[in-house]
Design a protein around this ligand. Structure first.
Ligand code: ADP
Ligand code: MG
Length: 276
């Protein structure tokens, strides 16, 4: 194999040993857009191999927090932050580390499925490698595509039409294709910002089932407005709130079952019971 084509991260290969699952820890994270402070000293450990659900009303900073977790926040104009995000003992904001380092370990999926519509299903998955600077040989790409689509629960549906455009898939399939693209680099953490909000109930159910399998290989953080979904998919839950004029923060966090059955804070009780 020519050296140029050699894959940079050996762990991306299918035959690599299963990685040890990692926790992601936010420590005293505050965030601003210009002078507008939107998060105030948020600390949260997202446990290895678990699904953590972030819940709370619109505008309380959930998406901002998620973007901070993989260094996307710093790409937003006028955005700034304080605090640390620690993965495997190292701050992802350590300036000596490249942005692509964080991206290689922490993938993200958005509300609206955003595959490259004209690009083939195969190339959409491979794009996950390219976007983080990983090159691969043809054989390695084949492996990555099959492994990622399998983990995203899409392989069987698309294996005979990998050369067809990603944009031709249904909405739910497109979202699973985006999950596969994120999984191409074998991230340690997968961030999902309302991944099912644009999908029908059947597609939503398929993605939820996929997450149950996925959490065996990757730590998952999901933002959801769907309380039933939070209870179905997550083991841990954090309730965010921004009271009038104050920045967002976590009111309460803990085991999902306990948060829903016996919330400690009256505001959590009201929120999980649909009172605001
Ligand atoms: P959520 O995801 O919980 O709905 P967001 O993180 O999107 O909340 O927003 C938190 C706050 O930050 C809101 O007040 C929102 O208006 C503000 N905000 C979000 N994105 C930007 C941006 N790019 N520029 C300026 N303000 C923003
Ligand atoms: Mg949001």
């Amino acid at each position: 194999m020519n050296a140029d084509a050699e894959i940079i991260d050996a762990h991306v290969r299918s035959d690599a040993p299963r990685p040890v699952l990692s926790a992601l820890e936010a420590r005293d994270v505050s965030a601003w857009f210009g002078t507008h402070k939107v998060l105030e000293r948020v600390s949260l450990t997202m446990e290895a191999g678990q699904v953590t659900a972030l819940i709370g009303p619109s505008g309380c900073g959930k998406s901002t927090f998620l973007r901070i977790l993989n260094r996307m926040h710093e790409l937003v104009p006028l955005a700034s932050l304080a605090g640390e995000v620690v993965l495997d003992g190292a701050d992802i904001y350590d300036r000596t580390r490249k942005l692509t380092d964080a991206r290689r370990h922490i993938g993200m999926v958005f509300q609206k499925p955003n595959p490259f519509p004209a690009m083939s299903i195969y190339d959409n998955v491979v794009a996950g490698l390219k976007l983080t600077g990983i090159r691969a040989s043809r054989d390695e790409k084949d492996e990555v595509v099959e492994r990622s689509l399998t983990s995203a629960g899409l392989w069987r549906e698309v294996k005979d039409r990998l050369r067809q455009p990603g944009g031709g898939l249904s909405g739910g399939q497109q979202q699973r294709l985006c999950i596969a693209r994120s999984l191409a680099v074998k991230p340690k953490v997968l961030l999902m910002d309302e991944p099912c909000s644009a999908l029908d109930p059947t597609s939503t159910r398929v993605i939820e089932e996929t997450m149950g399998e996925l959490q065996k290989e990757v730590t998952i953080v999901i933002v959801t407005h769907n309380m039933q979904q939070a209870q179905r998919v997550s083991q841990k839950c954090a309730f965010f709130l921004a009271s009038q004029g104050t920045p967002g923060g976590i009111v309460e966090h803990g085991d999902t079952d306990a948060m829903f059955s016996e919330p400690q804070d009256e505001r959590t009780f009201d929120y999980v019971n649909g009172r605001f």
